[in-house]
Ligand binder design. Structure first.
Ligand SMILES: NC(=O)C1=CN([C@@H]2O[C@H](COP(=O)(O)OP(=O)(O)OC[C@H]3O[C@@H](n4cnc5c(N)ncnc54)[C@H](OP(=O)(O)O)[C@@H]3O)[C@@H](O)[C@H]2O)C=CC1
Ligand SMILES: O=C(O)C1=N[C@H](C(=O)O)C[C@H](O)C1
Length: 271
């Protein structure tokens, strides 16, 4: 049986991409394409929904889906930890009292490289006291800082909870960026760019830069399909594609120790 999907923001760059992926998928069916002049109630004709709109309207769209028992995948930026906390209460309440149990998957970035770069940044955060983010996007992007940068800064802040804020001198000066979880974020909006993020770590006598660049929106495709396939089985709020990919398992396999020689069958070589 195919899963019927309504796309809100269907006329936009991401919306058109999501609609194409649904139309190309044997498991999914496009139930509704909704733009700014469309009727949100069309969402109720679908099994699940996708929101790829604008930070200013996303919260209301997600609230409408949740209140009507429709699980929703959110690719729109602007979902700060504060906004997510309010949504978690709303979804918990709906799942306690409503007829249909719902799930919301919020994905700040669908690209696997970006997800990995953000995880690496959280891993490095404990080892450096100077950390700043520079994010660069196409000139049509209306919001800043980017959702990915906000998420990265929040995860850096969480990883440093026992250490305290990063050291960001003269942070009151406008050119020093906007601080999120104490991490200064600098936003560039440029022609010729799709999306790029550099997280710069400064320590004693060294810097480390973690860079990720999206060269083409096709980098979002696998993540969108993965999140869509996970949504019908999701209850509650899940944030980040990393929650749908077993990053820890990949790591454990990569560092799995070679078994000692006497534990190997005779003549067997280490893999
Ligand atoms: N998670 C990820 O990996 C990615 C996330 N994004 C995020 O996705 C969002 C959309 O980006 P993008 O596609 O470039 O933006 P666009 O400006 O191209 O599209 C915005 C869409 O939102 C629709 N819209 C605006 N207001 C409403 C409303 N009140 N009700 C319903 N629909 C509305 C617009 O409809 P209309 O045409 O009628 O105005 C349009 O379809 C942004 O927040 C962006 O940051 C982008 C890329 C990757
Ligand atoms: O608007 C975009 O283009 C993007 N928005 C998301 C964000 O705000 O982080 C994800 C990606 O960077 C592209």
């Amino acid at each position: 049986m195919t899963i019927r999907v309504a796309v809100v923001g269907a006329t936009g760059r991401m919306g058109r991409l999501v609609c194409r992926l649904i139309e190309e998928s044997a498991d999914l069916e496009l139930a509704a394409r909704i733009g700014s002049t469309g009727d949100l109630a069309e969402l109720l004709t679908a099994d699940i929904a996708v929101d790829v709109t604008l930070p200013a309207v996303s919260e209301g769209i997600v609230a409408f889906a949740v209140a009507n028992g429709v699980s929703i995948l959110v690719g729109t930026s602007g979902w700060s930890s504060q906004r997510i906390a309010a949504l978690e209460s709303r979804v918990a309440e709906q799942n306690r009292t409503g007829i249909d149990r719902v799930g919301v998957i919020i994905v700040p970035n669908f690209s696997i490289g970006s997800v990995l770069a953000t995880s690496f940044a959280a891993m490095a955060a404990r080892f450096y006291d100077s950390i700043e983010i520079i994010e660069t996007h196409h000139a049509s992007k209306v919001d800043s800082p980017s959702g990915t940068a906000v998420r990265t800064a929040e995860l850096i802040g969480a990883a440093r909870s026992a250490l305290g804020p990063v050291i960001a001198p003269h942070a009151d000066q406008r050119a020093r960026g906007q601080q999120v979880a104490s991490v200064p974020i600098h936003s560039l909006r440029m022609q010729g760019v799709v999306a790029r993020q550099d997280v710069v770590f400064g320590g004693r006598g060294e810097t480390l830069t973690l860079s990720h660049e999206t060269l083409d929106p096709s980098s979002y495709e696998a993540g969108i399909l993965l999140a869509l396939s996970a949504l019908p089985g999701t209850e509650g709020v899940v944030v980040g594609l990393d929650r749908l990919i077993d990053l820890a398992r990949v790591e454990a396999e990569a560092v799995a120790p070679v078994p000692p020689e006497d534990a190997r069958p005779e003549g067997a070589q280490p893999e």
